[in-house]
Design a protein around this ligand. Structure first.
Ligand SMILES: [Zn+2]
Length: 177
């Protein structure tokens, strides 16, 4: 039996959006709630949700520390979940909602899985590969491009979560990852 880990208290509360309005804020709020779950497991608070046809087909959070796997980013886990759920590695009708701009690995996986659209909350000028540091969409010979909503959806909330987490971990005033 796996031992139960004591939960790390998170000063942020989960949100409970109306199920009736399934817009970007709705799905990003679910990703935000996943990020809070990550925090409670002492993981960098990043969450991802994948939507197809108005339904959630995957939701995950970063588990890199817990499973000791550098590929266990929220987006990677969500892409795997969605593919299993849909029985197809091609996620052509899918939108990925993620609380922080995807890194090189996750941005690449999104192109490889042919997701239709990516909506991220917090741009990442250091490692973001969908507009922040660079944009894999601009590779000249790639024939699949993802539609992008880059920042602006729950951005302040998701950034606040990340900054507070890193402040706690580093004991410093600034929490940019
Ligand atoms: Zn990543």
């Amino acid at each position: 039996m796996p031992e139960a880990q004591p939960e790390l208290p998170c000063p942020f509360e989960k949100r409970f959006p109306s199920q009736l309005v399934r817009d970007d804020v709705f799905f990003m709020t679910l990703a935000y709630n996943q990020a809070i779950d990550a925090w409670r497991r002492d993981e960098v608070p990043i969450g991802a949700v994948i939507e197809v046809g108005g339904e959630v087909v995957a939701s995950a959070h970063n588990t890199v520390e817990g499973v000791r796997d550098p590929t266990a980013h929220a987006e990677m886990l969500a892409l795997t979940q969605a593919s299993a759920r849909l029985g197809d590695w091609r996620l052509e009708g899918a939108t990925v909602y993620v609380t922080k701009e995807p890194c090189p690995m996750c941005s690449g996986a999104m192109l490889m899985s042919r997701v239709r659209r990516v909506c991220y909350a917090v741009p990442d000028p250091k490692m973001g590969c969908l507009g922040g540091a660079t944009n894999l969409n601009d590779l000249p010979r790639v024939n699949h491009h993802v539609e992008l909503t880059a920042g602006g959806v729950l951005e302040e909330e998701c950034r606040g979560l990340l900054q507070a987490f890193f402040r706690l971990k580093r004991g410093g005033p600034d929490g940019q990852s």
